[in-house]
Design a protein around this ligand. Structure first.
Ligand code: SF4
Length: 288
């Protein structure tokens, strides 16, 4: 009886060994018969479970939390930027490689209908002059003559502006002349805030393309709009301000001079300061 049980046990051990050898041949493990107690061990190179299946690695002593690398810095969308950052007007120092050219800008403006002034215009008055001008005159908006011809400052006030430019020892073709609005408001009324918001970005890009050394704002509306102030032209004129880092000199509008010729002396004082800046490169002290 005992002998029979011993034979069955030997058969059982042999069957078990055969099974283990078959598994080993299949590559699932090796059979060790050496010291250390032997046993079944994983084969070298047997893949580990995927990371998601693995238990988290223990943190080294003295290190809090996970040892995983820190997450990449988060990009903050513009709308989440700190207040004030988006409100700051950038300087017009864009690289020439990305700055717009005037022709491309005019083509982009096209048959503009971005505000209601397109309904009453005869011609859009984009601006004219040298694309490399050192001085840009910015007025308020086209009048009847400008609307008819599609050119800025061509009426009586424009003729006076031409004489002022020539008194500065410059030609009209050497400077650039434009307005905040490119279409005539009905009855020459003042521009409203919606019209200015629609049109001013194109003025900014014109200035970005030209990158003049100085701007002359002509009249109350131009000066107040560019400088974002309600101060009267009588206190703004005669001193330098800054528009996107470009020196800006406000002065009276030529149309105002036609009605108030006594103010021509003050305009002459203002444009002399511009001439000093352009000729000598100094005299610019931002009061704005
Ligand atoms: S005023 Fe300016 S924004 Fe308005 S329609 Fe004319 S070009 Fe367009």
């Amino acid at each position: 009886m005992v002998e029979r049980g011993r034979e069955e046990l030997l058969l059982l051990i042999g069957a078990l060994r055969s099974h283990l050898e078959a598994e080993g041949a299949a590559g699932n493990f090796t059979i060790s018969s050496g010291g250390g107690g032997g046993g079944v061990t994983p084969r070298e190179g047997t893949p580990l479970p995927a990371a998601a299946e693995r238990p988290p690695a223990a943190s080294p002593p003295g290190v809090r939390g996970s040892t995983a690398p820190p997450p990449a810095p988060r990009t903050i969308p513009a709308e989440q930027a700190a207040p004030g950052e988006a409100e700051r007007t950038p300087p017009l120092t864009a690289s020439p490689a990305v700055a717009p050219d005037l022709e491309g800008l005019r083509a982009e403006l096209g048959n503009c209908r971005r505000c209601r002034l397109h309904l009453g215009r005869r011609n859009l008055v984009f601006g004219e002059g040298s694309p490399r001008a050192t001085l840009v005159f910015v007025g308020e908006a086209p009048g009847a003559d400008e609307d008819a011809q599609g050119r800025p400052f061509v009426g009586r006030a424009g003729q006076l502006l031409t004489r002022i430019i020539e008194a500065m020892n410059m030609k009209r073709s050497e400077v650039y002349i434009c307005n905040i609005l490119k279409c005539r408001p009905p009855g020459n009324r003042n521009p409203d805030s919606v019209e200015i918001a629609a049109c001013e970005p194109f003025l900014v890009r014109q200035l970005q393309a030209i990158r003049p050394r100085a701007i002359c704002a002509l009249g109350t509306i131009a000066a107040q709009t560019l400088l974002k102030t309600g101060a009267p032209i009588s206190t703004l004129r005669g001193r330098w301000h800054s528009y996107h880092d470009i020196p800006l000199m406000p002065t009276y509008h030529p149309a105002y001079l036609l009605r108030n010729p006594a103010q021509k002396r003050q305009v002459w004082e203002d444009v002399q300061k511009i001439m000093t800046l352009l000729n000598d490169g100094d005299g610019y002290e931002s009061g704005g």
